[in-house]
Design a protein around this ligand. Structure first.
Ligand SMILES: NC(=O)c1ccc[n+]([C@@H]2O[C@H](COP(=O)([O-])OP(=O)(O)OC[C@H]3O[C@@H](n4cnc5c(N)ncnc54)[C@H](OP(=O)(O)O)[C@@H]3O)[C@@H](O)[C@H]2O)c1
Length: 282
């Protein structure tokens, strides 16, 4: 079995690549990246592939049987490239394609990225290849700037209302991906890859206070209030703030709090609580 991942030099990609070469013979691992030289130390077959050039992906995927497409970072622009990557995989003869999606990419989910992941999933379903969706929750590491802002100002400004998010450590997403890539029986399955708990605003503030060593209150605002606060106090461009605000809206409306057993089911190890994943990062 020859297993490949795209975007192998990214933060998640590198962790998956390291897990793969530990789990199986590196001779059967293909690491596709715009920057294959950065992966030479892993002993796998690192190949050049760029989503901007689907022909390069098709070439890079020669002989690959199972492929993980790591979603691209360019929110708002990535669907055509991701769909082209799926087409390149089918053309190269890949039999089983996996994809890093989002929890609950249904059309009612207000998270801005939900539609992009849903359209990529739909394209995979129609591709003729076997498919698996690794629907990752929000990375726990994404809380670092939130925590830093809350600790600096003494309050967590949030638009999640009474909602909660089941943050998952990137390392657990990587371990789940390695297990799904190297195991059997995952075709036609969609896994919610989540942490072990869903954190509401008060739980987040309490965690930041504990790790940061100072009191953190909670200030609830609506979406517009949150965008205004991020633009004014965090220097975030408004367009980016609107995208992030949509994650808060998704949490507020109950689209982000499902807690699954997928990490443990896939890897045999319980996912890290947010506290453990954030320790040392603040
Ligand atoms: N669940 C969450 O909370 C969350 C948060 C942020 C992002 N995400 C999603 O999860 C993905 C992985 O997260 P991450 O933290 O590892 O992101 P990252 O460090 O920014 O990595 C981005 C990845 O995109 C690849 N890439 C970008 N442009 C490419 C191109 N033209 N051709 C080929 N590959 C390209 C990079 O691969 P190479 O450089 O090796 O080519 C890299 O693997 C992100 O891209 C994003 O879709 C999820």
């Amino acid at each position: 079995m020859t297993i490949a991942i795209t975007g192998a030099s990214g933060t998640l990609g590198r962790q998956i690549a390291e897990g793969l070469v530990r789990a199986v013979d590196p001779a059967g691992v293909v690491l596709v990246s715009r920057n294959p030289g950065a992966l030479a130390d892993l002993g796998a077959d690192a190949r050049f592939g760029d989503f901007e050039d689907p022909g390069s992906l098709r070439q890079a995927l020669a002989g690959v049987e199972r492929l993980l497409v790591i979603s691209l970072p360019r929110v708002g622009e990535r669907v055509p490239q991701q769909q082209a990557a799926v087409d390149a995989a089918a053309a190269a003869g890949v039999g089983h394609v996996l994809y890093t999606s989002i929890t609950d990419p249904s059309d009612s989910n207000p998270a801005y990225v939900a539609a992009e992941h849903r359209r990529t999933e739909d394209h995979m379903r129609a591709s003729g290849m076997a498919w698996t969706f690794l629907r990752n929750s929000i990375y726990t590491e994404m809380l670092v700037p939130t925590a830093q802002g809350a600790l600096a100002g003494g309050t967590l400004v949030t638009n999640i209302g009474g909602g909660a998010t089941s943050y998952v450590a990137r390392a657990d997403c990587a371990a789940a991906a390695v297990a799904a890539l190297t195991g059997e029986g995952h075709e036609g399955k969609a896994y919610d890859v989540t942490g072990p708990e869903a954190l509401d605003a008060e739980a987040q503030a309490a965690l930041f206070a504990e790790l940061g060593g100072r009191e953190v209150t909670v200030t609830h605002v609506d979406d517009d209030g949150w965008v205004a606060a991020m633009v004014a106090h965090a220097g975030m461009p408004e367009a980016a703030a609107r995208i992030y605000a949509s994650f808060g809206a998704a949490a507020r409306r109950g689209y982000a709090d499902s807690v699954s057993t997928a990490v443990e089911d896939l890897t045999g190890r319980a996912p890290q609580p947010a506290r453990a994943a954030l320790e040392g990062l603040l």
